[in-house]
Design a protein around this ligand. Sequence first.
Ligand SMILES: [Fe+2]
Length: 395
Amino acid sequence: MTTYTDKGEKHEQGRFLCFDHITFWVGNAKQAASYYCNKLGFEPLAYKGLETGSREVVSHAVKQGKIIYVFSSALNPGNKEMGDHMVKHGDGVKDIAFTVEDCDFLVQKARERGADIIKEPHTLEDKKGKVRLAVLQTYGDTTHTFVERTGYKGLFLPGFHPPLFQDPLLTKLPSGKLDFIDHVVGNQPDDEMVPVVDWYQKTLLFHRFWSVDDKQLQTEFSALRSIVVANYEETVKMPINEPAMGKRKSQIQEYVDYYGGPGVQHIAMNTSDIITSVRNLKDRGMEFMTVPDTYYEQLKENLKHSKVKISEDLDVLQELKILIDYDDNGYLLQIFTKPVQDRPTVFLEVIQRHNHQVQSPKKKTFKADPAYAFSFTLISRSFTGLRSRKLQVSF
Ligand SMILES: [Fe+2]
């Protein structure tokens, strides 16, 4: 693994503040939104559709903590853009939106540096105020929306109305306890990772935060190439992956085959209480990847030789199949869902960081960010079963 100390150039004005929201293009937005509410603990936030005067596209926005997902579908026959997207990708992430300061300046900078602007900066307005937005093309058919919300007081964005329906079931279910988006991972076809990373560095002035290549991280069966890019303040982190050759076809290649090209592989959601979160999400019927008990036996053995002390009960972590990774400074706990649609494409992660929230590559003792590396453990595990134990030792 490699960490980087050079944060590169900083914008003269304007900043990327955080993830604003994620937009999924799906076949049936009503049902997709209901799934995320029922299984993952989101609540209806805002809506636009036929009833509110949106005649072409319906959008259901749902929220949990600071996380906002929007599910959109075409309302009429013949919507070629959304129809073609559906045929090619199935349900998936169309747009990753960032909350920004000075949308116009950031777009102008990106344009000068070669970015493709899909929608020029424009203002949306209603009684609750104004929002300035613009849309840029990124990898594959995925886009980034810049959202400058100066003083906007509405539910979500102008044009959205309060939800038409509150499912009475939701108030009876235990909280998902998910707080904010930790990172969003993009999969690329072979040899396209570096050009995508270069694009973020050049056009958005993001910098390399952490990386791993297949010489550094591999098992007998699988390997990983990944570079994490981040904004200057490191509040937005986006790992970019590409497949690496192993004896078995990599999960990243499988994603690219089923998604029909590059796209968002997973969204990690941060919690301050992963045990309660995962217990509640499992009670709500969310399906997670499992891990063999031998993983925990090996882990307990390894922890005997580590400075780090895990404050959670290891038996409970084992019961819930939560993964643990650590270095000398701290540790993190994480778990991955099964894919959330029939194609083996997008899945979700729940993550809790202990002394990993403010990790900076300037700290020389910090070898790696396991949140990204562990994605590899999962990828490897799905093909190699017990072999993941070997990786745990190597981290
Ligand atoms: Fe992750």
